[in-house]
Ligand binder design. Structure first.
Ligand code: AMP
Ligand code: MG
Length: 323
């Protein structure tokens, strides 16, 4: 059931979580589907609702340092500096877990991904629950991530106990993930916090964002499926204006900037008319949801510049294009 994220409903959702329920809620990145991170049975319901394979670990959401200390064994110096600089915000740190965190949360790994979300509803919900919340994105596994409560309802509906509607999410792509439990800090996923900003604090990170690359140095980086964030409509990434006219009539265009002339596609969604990458990230998944609903033959997604948050957009498009 979709309800407004007012204080009364947040309090009720907190009680549901304490009782083993699963609740969808807004964060500044995308909507999450949360359960008490210490309750293995409740977390199992998330995997069931999403159809998510159990080898794919979840991110644990905390509201403060005291809660962080209940989840991780220790906070290394570098992690502390990153948390001070970027929390609350769209950065997930992978650290050594405490025994109290059940194996289902971490896919059996000795490490756990943790982040402190900046969204006031997410913070209020964690506090109302009084426990850290294990929460992946609130979509069916592999499908487009939800940036509105309606996206959650369409994909998960009655499979979840309640959906807190806090309006569209601000950033629109998932958190950036950094592993700080290995020999060297490594980037596991591009996300809403540009890697350049993180490296300004950490120095160069090992890049473990693509299968094969640097994977030997980072054995503990599962769950980066080649196919992810995928619409039902086939999608390919194209260079602007490179597609022959006759291939456009029954396809949709996911344009980065406003196209110069009438592009001749059946439908067009523009991510950012002025080429602003942050604006583009904020509406990326919403535009994909919209194009996917039109019954098109194909979606052509225009390449975006791979700088700042553009790397996260490019990563999502590549995986959306993989079948
Ligand atoms: P999401 O579906 O946005 O919640 O993404 C969770 C992702 O975080 C997983 O798919 C992994 O890529 C990553 N992750 C979470 N925990 C860990 C961990 N302990 N070690 C490595 N990666 C992790
Ligand atoms: Mg996800």
């Amino acid at each position: 059931m979709l309800v407004p994220a007012d204080p009364e409903n947040v309090a009720r959702a907190g009680a549901l979580l304490r009782a083993g329920g699963i609740v969808a809620f807004p964060t500044e990145t995308v909507y999450g589907l949360g359960a008490d991170a210490f309750d293995a049975a409740a977390v199992a319901r998330i995997f069931e609702a999403k159809g998510r394979p159990v080898f794919d670990p979840l991110i644990v959401h905390v509201s403060d340092d005291a809660m962080l200390a209940r989840v991780v064994r220790c906070v290394p110096e570098l992690a502390r500096r990153l948390a001070e600089r970027f929390w609350p915000g769209p950065l997930t740190l992978v650290l050594e877990k405490r025994d109290a965190v059940p194996a289902i949360v971490t896919a059996g790994l000795p490490t756990v991904g943790v982040r402190c979300p900046a969204h006031p509803v997410a913070q209020a919900l964690i506090e109302a629950a009084g426990v850290p919340l294990a929460a992946p994105s609130a979509n069916r596994f592999g499908a487009i991530s939800p940036t509105r409560a309606e996206h959650v309802e369409a994909q998960l509906g009655e499979r979840v106990d309640t959906i807190l509607d806090g309006g569209p999410t601000e950033l629109g792509v998932e958190s950036t993930i950094v592993l700080l439990a290995g020999e060297r800090p490594a980037l596991l996923r591009h996300g809403a916090l540009p890697v350049e900003e993180i490296e300004a604090v950490t120095g160069p990170l090992l890049d473990a964002t693509r299968a094969g690359e640097a994977r030997d140095a980072v054995p503990l980086a599962p769950g980066q499926s080649a196919s992810h964030y995928a619409p039902r409509t086939p999608l390919r990434v194209v260079l602007a204006d490179s597609v022959p006219r006759q291939e456009r009539a029954r396809a949709g265009l996911l344009a980065f900037r406003a196209p110069a002339a009438e592009p001749g596609y059946a439908a067009v969604r523009v991510l950012a008319a002025d080429g602003d990458l942050r604006r583009a990230a904020a509406v990326l998944f919403e535009a994909l949801h919209e194009l996917d609903a039109l019954g098109l033959e194909r979606i052509d997604a225009e390449q975006v510049p791979e700088t700042g948050i553009g790397r996260a957009i490019a990563d999502r498009l590549r995986r959306a294009a993989t079948r």
